[in-house]
Write a protein that binds this ligand. Sequence first.
Ligand code: NDP
Length: 333
Amino acid sequence: NRQWVLRQRPKGLIQPGDLELVEGRIPDIRESEVLVRTIYLSLDPTNRTWMNDSEGYLPPVGLGEVMRGLTLGIVEHSRSDRFKVGDLVMPASGGWADYAVVPEAGLRPVHRAPGLPLTANISVLGMTGLTAYFGVTDVLKAKAGETLVISAAAGAVGSIAGQIAKQRGCRVIGIAGGPAKCAWLTDELGFDAAIDYKNEDVGEALDRLAPDGVDLNFENVGGNIMIAVFNRLKVHGRMAVCGLVSSYNATKAPPSPNFARIITHRLNVQGFLVLDYAPLAREMVAEMGPWLSEGKVKWKVHVDDGLEGAVDSLNRLFTGDHDGKLLVRVSEE
Ligand code: NDP
């Protein structure tokens, strides 16, 4: 049973020695517990924030503890009446390990979506889809005709959120790094425009593409990209602060927008956490499922093989060197 253990708190990108891959025995299970073999480990930008000793929405991972992570696995031993060997499950609190012992109360059953690979359950029909769906429909309350700007637009959440906004009738402008990602947004996903922040000035591009200003901002990045969008929000503009990925490895405070605009433009700025929407997953699947099968919403996963490479894989999220929702295949389905 290989496990990634946090040894020291990273400064910047994770370096060798910050985490260690250790070998342990497969633990025994007690009454009402199951042994879950990890199939997929979801790597998410927020994993990096859990390594810091700072106040967050979850306690930091402790030094010497197994790194926390969302997983999808299969029951290999069971002393539960509710889960049997062979059931696909998602532990509420998974980890970067081959196996996990989980109490039955901490397990959600996984139902394969007809016609879709299992990776859908841990991406577009899982937390990623939930974040995108409720970020657009509930936090932003996006309406037809509104102009929505989304950052990290070619990423897992961003690409889905932008397509949902299109389904709602918005004009969608995505911000992403590099010509290939931008071309995917406009040519394949139907975004109205894309801004390559690595090769263009975001503010100038927004002035050209949205000369009357921006109604909605689905913010995934923070820093100067966010400031450029924020400074173009219209009166009564709305902003969903989903993530600030540009600052997760930062060693000093990122630049901030001038909050005076919130007053002068009567902006509605709201942060949100997908965890609060978990009970509404069925509502998302009910609308997203048909969009996926009809090809109205497209999605990609980037699967790296092997738990041993998880640290290098996680760093991809901060260089952009991945193509779709980032997963590690820990074992075969
Ligand atoms: P992505 O698949 O979008 O991967 C992260 C992307 O961020 C990279 O591909 C890269 O894209 C971009 N990026 C990384 N560093 C920078 C930088 N310095 N400047 C600009 N862009 C950068 O990850 P997710 O879809 O999983 O997450 C997207 C955002 O959503 C994150 O901020 C995450 O924390 C947040 N999130 C929030 C949730 C919530 O409950 N509030 C739930 C899930 C995610 P590129 O190549 O274009 O630079």
